[in-house]
Write a protein that binds this ligand. Structure first.
Ligand SMILES: Cc1cc2nc3c(=O)[nH]c(=O)nc-3n(C[C@H](O)[C@H](O)[C@H](O)COP(=O)(O)O)c2cc1C
Length: 213
């Protein structure tokens, strides 16, 4: 909340621009969220429009160094990470769009993930073990995949993306996790399904989620 006003963090990570299914769905979510939260603010991040470095030994050491004893150089190494982490901490909820790429997330989203697991910020070490600090947040994950992963289908057991995402957000303390999977999008490429027809149920779902508050 910013002065009592809700904040939505909107992240896209598909490299496919206008053609992207996940982007179309996150944009619909944002439109409805704005309508349902007239005093709210939206922070948007297009992970494909920015350079997110791969974490290295220097970065990992800086992250593991408690803030009070970090050097100015270590703070500099963590600059982008700190900015992205602050966005997560400042928002009340997140809507995140991503394509399934090689049974996992888009590369840009994985780079973002590595930047926001910050000791003393999004995760704290307690005598009982590590604890995520994002327990008050809610995340809506909007995934698009070429193949179909419905229960009972041949591919059902190969949707590694969703359990990985659930594990990642749960580790940061998020318990309110909603997942929308727009699968079977490869049929668009071969003209086997109409885009509007494929997207209609998912658009309805995200509209309802955004308005639910
Ligand atoms: C590099 C690449 C890898 C992909 N890997 C998979 C995959 O492992 N499983 C799958 O079902 N679809 C896969 N697809 C298809 C995409 O998931 C599909 O096109 C989806 O609609 C992408 O989301 P977007 O439309 O938001 O970009 C892949 C596509 C690309 C370009």
């Amino acid at each position: 909340m910013e002065n009592g006003k809700p904040v939505l963090l909107h992240i896209d990570s598909s490299p496919m621009g206008q053609e992207s299914v996940s982007r179309q769905l996150t944009h619909e979510f944002v439109k409805r969220w704005r309508a349902a939260h007239p005093t709210g603010t939206v922070t948007s991040r297009d992970l494909t429009a920015m350079e997110i470095p791969v974490i290295d030994a220097e970065w990992i050491t800086a992250n593991l160094t408690p803030r009070e004893v970090r050097t100015a150089e270590q703070e500099r190494v963590l600059t982008l990470s700190t900015e992205l982490t602050q966005e997560l901490l400042a928002a009340d909820e997140y809507v995140i769009g991503m394509p399934m790429h090689n049974w996992g997330p888009s590369s840009s989203f994985k780079l973002w993930v590595d930047q926001v697991v910050r000791f003393g910020e999004t995760i704290v070490v307690t005598p009982e073990g590590p604890r995520g600090t994002l327990g008050a947040k809610r995340v809506t994950l909007i995934l698009a995949a070429g193949r179909q992963y419905g229960a009972g289908s041949a591919e059902a057991s190969k949707n590694y993306l969703e359990p990985w995402l659930r594990t990642f957000f749960a580790n940061l303390g998020v318990t309110r996790i909603r997942v929308v999977l727009a699968d079977g999008t490869v049929r668009l490429r071969y003209g086997q399904v109409d885009r509007a027809e494929l997207l209609a149920p998912h658009l309805e779902t995200v509209r309802n989620m955004a308005a639910a508050g």
